[in-house]
Design a protein around this ligand. Structure first.
Ligand code: HSE
Length: 298
């Protein structure tokens, strides 16, 4: 009657795939306990780690749970306990992990009536509460794992993209908060055609490179000429960190989601660990606190 689940952190955008591409981190995430209860409805009964609302309608995990619950015709309810490890506003899918965890757990307790795409549909409602717009580039990888491409939101269509065996991510999270809604507000409404051409060429070649495990092509495709120039200004020492990641051997680096976390991809655990050591030196020289995760992508 109860289940404990791990809801993973995720990296959205992956440089050239703004709002559509994302991947799942297996080393960091939230724990949640979902429990069936005799009382009808959805109740958030415990939140550990961060100060988040207990009111179901104001809580991301609660809103996605309600979206699913409203489609059910059952005489019981669910309690949700949230053990939050992913700091809200960190850029590694904190709200997505909450939104996904509740519906994933409920689905398990119900005997899996919903498929992964349907779970993502419910989770979009929770994510929208946090970021004030509907997007699924953090939700889809949290539910499907690996790399995912959100082809369309309406109707929701998600493509699973293969991950090369030896691909690792190193993520640094400076302890400042950037609200996704604010990081979206600073983006231009129109983009020049030549920038769009560069971006979709890189995006297409990145997808091809992931399918063919072509690390050299991954390296040459991880570029973002549209979003990064704006958002990087919100992240202290972004240029220094990115340079340090590339100097340490990473294939590429960029802003994770809407920041402030910065991700890099590397071929092999050894290089990913080398990146970890090198970038910790950059922030160690500043007053900014940070943490770093190294994760295989699968
Ligand atoms: N694609 C979204 C953005 C992810 O970059 O705004 C953040 O939630």
């Amino acid at each position: 009657n109860e289940i404990k689940i791990f809801s993973p952190a995720t990296v959205a955008n992956v440089s050239c795939g703004f709002d559509v591409l994302g991947f799942c981190l297996d080393a960091v995430g939230d724990d949640m306990i979902i429990r069936k209860t005799n009382k009808k409805g959805i109740y958030i009964t415990k939140i550990v780690g961060f100060d988040l609302p207990y009111e179901t309608e104001l809580n991301v995990a609660g809103v996605s749970a309600l979206a699913m619950y409203e489609t059910l015709n059952v005489d019981f309810g669910f309690e949700i306990e949230i053990y939050k490890n992913i700091k809200p506003g960190s850029g590694i899918g904190s709200s997505a992990a909450s939104a996904v965890g509740s519906v994933f757990g409920m689905n398990e307790l119900l005997g899996k009536p919903f498929n992964k795409t349907q779970l993502t549909e419910f989770a979009i409602k929770g994510e929208a509460l946090a970021s004030k717009c509907e997007h699924a580039d953090n939700l889809a990888p949290a539910i499907f794992g690996g790399f995912t491409l959100v082809k369309t939101l309406a109707p929701l269509e998600i493509l699973e993209i293969p991950s090369p065996d030896d691909l690792f991510a190193t993520i640094i999270h400076p302890q400042i908060e950037i609200k996704t809604s604010e990081a979206r507000a600073i983006l231009p409404k129109d983009i020049p055609l030549n920038a769009a051409i560069t971006q979709w060429a890189n995006f297409g070649s990145l997808i091809h490179a992931l399918h063919t495990s072509n690390y050299n092509l991954i390296q040459r495709s991880l570029r973002d000429v549209i979003i990064e120039p704006y958002r990087s200004q919100l992240i202290p020492f972004f240029g220094d960190i990115k340079k340090a990641m590339l100097d340490a051997g990473a294939l590429g680096a960029g802003i994770s989601g809407s920041g402030p976390s910065i991700f890099s991809l590397s071929k092999g655990l050894e290089v990913a660990k080398n990146v970890e050591g090198t970038i910790s030196n950059v922030y160690s020289k500043t007053a900014i606190e940070f943490d770093i995760h190294v994760s295989k992508i699968n």
